[in-house]
Design a protein around this ligand. Structure first.
Ligand SMILES: Nc1ncnc2c1ncn2[C@@H]1O[C@H](COP(=O)(O)OP(=O)(O)O)[C@@H](O)[C@H]1O
Ligand SMILES: [Mg+2]
Length: 300
């Protein structure tokens, strides 16, 4: 089960368990896939649907305006009465009134179905025919009572061994000298999507050069051509490290002023990565670490 997918042992175990339970006739609970972008939530939802043998309907919750629109345009025409798995993606963006309905619908405690009233009518959630998956990058934004009704499955960031094998599987007709694949993996940022992107860049390089083996010189050329930095750092992150080195400990406001990026852009993306990689620390102010200093040296 899930053998084409790399890593995420816990996710595989838990989804595997529910797939077996479903085949054995159990009603399975709504499952919330929780994890940062690119970790494989959609991919695992697809694999789960395949395992169970049902079609997957993906709905981006950002496109749902309100409960009425959802039931009229999606639930009644496409879901009611059908065998399928429904994935509510980005479910932290579910409209409030639909969350209210879901609180009733999923308060079913293993029942085979649940009716909820919608406007003048009602809708039936048939838990034998339909299974509901939810996915989010922002678990903290989910209304607690809704979260309580779900089984939360957490995704992990991938280590560099897993990233290497994701890359190698995507381009299995390309060989790498020595341990070059691990150097490639180190420039990928912990998620499967960037590993796949890197693999496709290498594939394009091989097509241009008409070769199917990558050596150290090729990798150097790829890095130069594509501006790939150590640890996959972005220009903004390098700039932030540079500011912290020359200005000393800085506030978020200072970083935002110097880089011209909004505070949230810095906080959500750059800072998280710098903190995770141990290049920066926050002790009231932002400070570059020794590891951060040595990376800057490597870059100059
Ligand atoms: N465990 C995995 N092994 C191999 N490839 C993966 C794995 N997880 C995700 N991918 C690939 O990475 C990319 C991003 O995955 P996706 O499911 O879209 O992430 P998410 O929905 O969490 O943002 C897809 O191309 C997918 O095929
Ligand atoms: Mg997704």
């Amino acid at each position: 089960m899930f053998e084409t997918l790399v890593g995420q042992t816990e996710v595989k175990n838990r989804l595997g368990f529910y797939a077996k339970a479903h085949k054995a006739g159990s009603i399975i609970p709504p499952i919330m896939l929780n994890g940062a972008k690119g970790l494989g939530k959609t991919e695992f939802a697809k694999a789960f649907a395949k395992e169970i043998g049902k079609k997957l309907l993906e709905i981006n919750c950002g496109t749902i305006r309100n409960a009425q629109q959802f039931f009229e345009q999606v639930f009644m025409p496409a879901i009611a009465g059908n065998e399928m798995i429904v994935l509510f993606d980005e479910c932290h963006a579910l409209p409030k009134d639909l969350v209210e309905v879901f609180l009733t619908a999923f308060n079913s405690e293993g029942a085979k179905s649940k009716q909820v009233s919608i406007g003048d009518g009602f809708a039936t959630f048939d838990f034998e025919k339909q299974n509901f998956l939810f996915a989010t990058t922002e678990l903290h934004k989910i209304f607690d009572p809704l979260k309580d009704r779900m089984t939360v499955v957490d995704f992990e960031t991938y280590n560099s061994v897993d990233l290497s094998s994701i890359i190698q599987k995507k381009i299995d007709f390309i060989e790498f000298d020595n341990d070059l694949i691990h150097q490639v993996a180190k420039t990928v940022r912990g998620n499967a999507r960037s590993a796949i992107k890197r693999a496709l860049e290498i594939k394009a390089f091989c097509e241009i050069k008409n070769k199917y083996r990558i050596n150290a010189r090729d990798w150097l050329e790829i890095k130069t051509l594509l501006g790939i930095k150590p640890y996959g750092l972005t220009n903004l992150e390098v700039q932030i490290l540079g500011v912290l080195k020359s200005n000393g400990p800085s506030s978020l406001q200072m970083l935002s002023a110097v880089t011209g990026m909004s505070r949230s852009a810095i906080q959500l993306d750059a800072e998280n990565n710098l903190l995770r990689s141990g290049f920066m620390e926050i002790d009231v102010k932002r400070k570059i670490t020794n590891k951060g200093l040595s990376i800057l040296k490597e870059l100059s």
